[in-house]
Design a protein around this ligand. Structure first.
Ligand code: PBG
Ligand code: ZN
Length: 332
């Protein structure tokens, strides 16, 4: 073998990768149980003990009220710290009235959870699409256009009803302009000054929501959501959306989806001081599940790597359907 005469002192990066303990010592990004928020679909379309599998999201279910509370109890035992609730109402109408009904499915679910798990952080998704017969996130005019300002009132009513049920955080996902200000004003007016708003600030019109719309039975009956959700090519516009929500009083900023928008997460993280949440959405979940079922990837490792990537991009919190699966494998 010829001996190599090194002309420069090259970088020996492998020194810090030699053993598992060394790698642990120098890891820059950590995933903990405190970072994760588990979404649940609570339905009043069947019996209280219903566990109805969602075909497009293997492992996820529409849950009747009793099954839901039992499911959360198991997750809390595994270390669940936070969840976000979506409701599937028994009936829908053009104004989505079940979304802000005092005895609506989410309102009842929040009461049930807070009575049993006072420590659990209960977030509620504030939107109308699961409750409207047309499936849009706001009121429609006669031509089928989504009306902005009249919708704000209903969103604020929805948020208030969640607050009155005991929600710890309300999370508007509708993408109407001015909704954070409207919600903040109604909450403050009713004495909920201390209730945080987690705004789905930078939410794209994404094909990755497909499986969710089956899960929540919330697909629009006509058209799409492109007149209110963002165009996937735009990141500067995302910063404008985030700035508007900060000005309106948002306490958290969310970017959604997560995996295909890691650059946007980083931009939002660097531009604002607020905690940043990222939503690893249904399509991201289902793609990993599908490839794993085919035996093409190692599910456990890909899941952790996908979450690590989202944190490394700058997310402080991750909403992910994998929360229950990974809780047991996380240290703290
Ligand atoms: C409701 C809402 C949606 C999601 C969260 N809240 C669907 C949509 O906007 O169409 C998507 C979540 C997911 O895909 O996992 N507006
Ligand atoms: Zn919606």
């Amino acid at each position: 073998m010829p001996s190599i005469a090194y002309t420069y002192d090259f970088h020996r990066g492998r020194r810090l990768r030699r053993t598992a303990a060394l790698r642990d010592l120098v890891r820059e990004t950590r995933l903990t149980r405190d970072d994760l928020i588990m979404p649940y679909f609570v339905a009043e379309t069947g019996p209280e003990d219903m566990v109805k599998p969602i075909g497009s999201m293997p492992g996820q279910n529409q849950l009747g009220m009793k099954a839901f509370v039992e499911r959360v109890a198991r997750a809390v035992d595994l270390g669940l710290k936070a969840c976000i609730l979506f409701g599937i109402p028994a009936r829908k109408d053009p104004a989505g009235t079940q979304g802000y009904a005092e005895d609506g499915v989410v309102q009842r679910a929040v009461r049930a959870l807070k009575a049993r798990f006072p420590e659990l952080v209960v977030v509620t998704d504030v939107c109308l699409c699961e409750y409207t017969s047309h499936g849009h996130c706001g009121l429609l005019d006669d031509d089928g256009r989504v009306l902005n300002d009249p919708t704000l009132e209903l969103l604020a009513r929805t948020a208030l009803s969640h607050a009155q049920a005991g929600a710890d955080i309300v999370a508007p996902s509708d993408m109407m302009d001015g909704r954070v200000a409207a919600i903040r004003s109604v909450l403050d007016g009713a004495g909920f000054e201390e209730l945080p708003v987690m705004s789905y600030a930078v939410k794209y019109a994404s094909a990755y929501y497909g499986p969710f719309r089956e899960a929540a039975e919330s697909a629009p009956k006509s058209g799409d959501r492109k007149s209110y959700q963002m165009d996937p090519g735009n990141w500067r516009e995302g910063l404008r959306e985030a700035a508007a929500d900060v000005a309106e009083g948002a306490d958290f900023l969310m970017v959604k989806p997560a995996g295909p928008y890691l650059d946007v997460i980083r931009q939002v993280r660097d531009a604002f001081d607020l905690p940043v949440a990222a939503y690893q959405v249904s399509g991201e979940y289902s793609m990993i599940k599908a490839a794993a079922q085919l035996g093409w990837i190692d599910e456990e490792r890909v899941v952790l790597e996908s979450l690590m990537g989202i944190k490394r991009a700058g997310a402080d919190l991750i909403l992910t359907y994998f929360t229950e699966d990974v809780l047991a494998r996380l240290q703290g």
